[in-house]
Design a protein around this ligand. Structure first.
Ligand code: ZN
Length: 123
């Protein structure tokens, strides 16, 4: 799996993920909060074939299963991160399984992630 397509595809997905995160962060804190978790999960879903394809193509399904478990674990962990609607800061969890309740930068109350709401009815 050292073909140029594989490397270019991996870099394109990673750069797209990175640039969209910077764009949202600069645009507005509310938009950043609304899209942070979606972009994170979409980015992980887009990158996961690059980690799962090599072991699957080599016939090592046990290794692919370990990678898939790891990817699901990281995705579930990312949902405990919170984005402050006041300042746009990304706040890490207080403890491993406990999301932060207040922004570490400005002290504002943090809201749970928005995944499936359209946000059209929000102010
Ligand atoms: Zn804040």
């Amino acid at each position: 799996m050292n073909s140029p397509f594989f490397i270019v595809g991996y870099l394109a997905v990673f750069i797209g993920w990175f640039v969209s995160g910077i764009y949202l962060r600069r645009r507005s804190p509310k938009l950043h909060r609304r899209w942070f978790h979606r972009i994170t999960l979409i980015g992980m879903a887009a990158l996961s074939p690059f980690f799962l394809a090599p072991p699957l193509l080599a016939g090592q399904w046990q290794m692919a299963l370990i990678f898939a478990t790891f990817i699901v674990f990281i995705a579930a962990s990312s949902l405990r991160y919170r984005v402050c609607e006041s300042c746009g800061a990304v706040c890490r969890p207080e403890h491993f399984f406990l999301a932060a309740k207040h922004c570490s930068k400005c002290g504002a109350k943090l809201l749970p992630p928005v995944l499936f709401e359209s946000g059209a009815t929000e102010a």
